[in-house]
Design a protein around this ligand. Sequence first.
Ligand SMILES: [Ca+2]
Ligand SMILES: [Ca+2]
Length: 485
Amino acid sequence: MKSLSAGIAGILWVGGLVFTMLAGALAAGESGASRARPNVLFIAVDDLNDWVGALRGHPQSRTPNMDRLFAKGVLFSKCYCAAPACNPSRVALMTGLRPSSTGIYHNPDEWRPVLPDAVTIPQHFQQHGYRALGSGKIYHDAFPDPASWHEYAPSLEKQKFVDLYPVPSNVNGLNKAHFDWSAVDAPLEQTGDFQTVAYVVKQLERDWSDQPFFLACGIYRPHLPWYVPREFFEQYPLEGVVLPEVPADDLEDIPEAGIKMAKPGGDHAAVVKSGEWSKAVQGYLASIAYADRLIGLLLDAYERSPQRDNTVIVFWSDHGWHLGEKQHWRKFALWEEATRVPLAIVLPQGKQAGAVCEAPVNLLDIYPTLIELCDLDQRPELEGKSLLPLLENPRAEWNSASVTTHGRNHHAVRSGDWRYIRYADGSEELYDHRVDPREYRNLAAREEYRGVIEQHRRWLPERNVPERKPDQAVRRQDRAKKATD
Ligand SMILES: [Ca+2]
Ligand SMILES: [Ca+2]
């Protein structure tokens, strides 16, 4: 509890939490168990960009259940990932360390041998008497972390249940591994994500009066391939699908290093040429609708749960996604679409329900926030910043910017109004979000913005450790999958 200066509502709320913590300390004194510490329901949705609820990234996307979750707590409308790819983003989030400090920049970078002593979020909870358990994708598929959990489904070594695939696959004919989309004729109950949610629901129904839980639920869609039951495709009839707006000359003011990330001659050229763009957008929307349905089942269970009034929910996605903006697809870039993620934190007993916080925050901030919310020991090595002051007062002054790193020394700095990108070769982009939310006009070369750029440079990490030489077998495996994760 650091800040007591956040206004009446904040003080009342902190007062309530102090009481809870005091009760916890008393309980600990009596029984040795930290009984009154809040439980944590930790929900990850893979590859979910801002096409949700109040973030309004796409005019047609409907996410009633995620909206229901956001309405219970604080939705952070300017949250960005530490890295725009599954593995480095998740490693940063779960260890609290920046990619530029660990050298875990890419998907094939096996992280545990590099960080043998890192204490992940669930490990830290374990050390405070919590039961750590879960199911689904929390770490990158290739690198689960058995040390993080007491129990996991399907197992400590395998995070995900088997998924549905149409036969034959490669439905769109693009021959790009998992870069495919199609309705499947099977019930929701047969999907891997459903089984993950069913496991988590069962855990929520258990009696937890003797021990608090840290319970993780990692939903895999809308990660590729976009194979979900037909009913979700039918929510978005193909003929009405709205495509992202992509000005033909948008890349003309972008430096070479940015164009290299966009790869306009790759996925985008193939999708446009094959006439699959609308189907792809439909597939992503359908996959989000499917994930949303599962979130609904999870929320129903949370609402029925006897632990509801003493459970914190953290809802996050690991990075954003391009569907043609900047002639780019997937993540792996430093623009708004690839870096913006939904983050919501639901506090016990409906505190701050329905608030939207516009301060620029980062997924790295989750770890220190949970430490304060659950009164765990501080970890001085963490590089994020506790969001507690913003949970107390979502409009509080926030003198910070959010940094995303993609490969060594390529960084984006997002402040409240600006996005500044600096690539390793020194080339730059600057966008004014007050007038250019789609980042069409790169202002970096204009003299009058030197001051703004200087202000943003001070957030760039000072340390940029070299890239690792990843395990070649893993790299080959990942290449075989075309690095879609
Ligand atoms: Ca991902
Ligand atoms: Ca442009």
